[in-house]
Design a protein around this ligand. Structure first.
Ligand SMILES: [Mg+2]
Length: 212
């Protein structure tokens, strides 16, 4: 589908479904190395986002939709994830400006701005066992795909693949940020819940762009 406001809405509504389906899995991951609230917080936040998106004006741009996602997540998702994802969608909204439809360069700009927002807010680096470990490979893969002349759908698929691999790659890491950092080597063998939810959100972007 064209990457317009209808796509952003489809992406976010798919995100809500996928987060809901993975609620227990995310709770379990966060219970292993955090406080167990990630699945519940994300599910509540995205349910609120989908409700809010129903009120979006018909002439809203993709950027308007992303901004609505951001403000809703900031006000409904507790823990660390609300401000982090809220900042991500807010920066993504700013990056796409008022364009009615997003091309490959705009998608790369959206992903880059989201990742930069998360880094700015959470002050985490690659290898800290956080959602940055899903987002940075996703941004890099998207850039490579875009420079190779790939379609928007292919760029988003490359980003989703890299985010999933990045989430898996957090398993052997010791955490250097957040609650999991208190566990030291006991965090080894557990996937970071924020990296996992990030991979789910990016797969939802790719699947809806591909019309799946
Ligand atoms: Mg938590």
């Amino acid at each position: 589908m064209a990457l317009d406001t209808a796509w952003v809405t489809a992406w976010i509504n798919r995100s809500t479904e996928v987060i809901s389906e993975n609620r227990v899995a995310l709770i379990t991951l966060d219970r292993d190395i955090g406080d167990g609230d990630h699945g519940e917080n994300m599910d509540r936040g995205f349910q609120a986002v989908s409700t809010k998106l129903d009120t979006l004006s018909p002439d809203a741009t993709p950027g308007d939709a992303l901004k609505l996602v951001a403000t809703t997540l900031i006000s409904t998702v507790g823990g660390a994830a609300g401000p982090l994802y809220g900042t991500a969608y807010l920066k993504a909204a700013a990056a796409v400006g008022s364009a009615p439809e997003l091309d490959g360069a705009a998608i790369v700009a959206l992903l880059t701005a989201a990742r930069d927002g998360i880094v700015l807010r959470g002050k985490a680096e690659s290898g800290d066992k956080t959602m940055v470990d899903a987002w940075t490979p996703a941004v890099e893969a998207a850039e490579i795909a875009q420079q190779a002349g790939s379609s928007e759908v292919e760029i988003l698929a490359a980003a989703a693949d890299a985010a999933e691999a990045g989430a898996v790659a957090t398993e052997p890491l010791v955490a250097r940020k957040g609650r999991a950092s208190y566990l030291g080597e006991r965090a080894i063998g557990h996937r970071d819940p924020g990296a996992q939810s990030s991979a789910l959100l990016l797969r939802a972007a790719a699947d809806t762009a591909a019309g799946e």
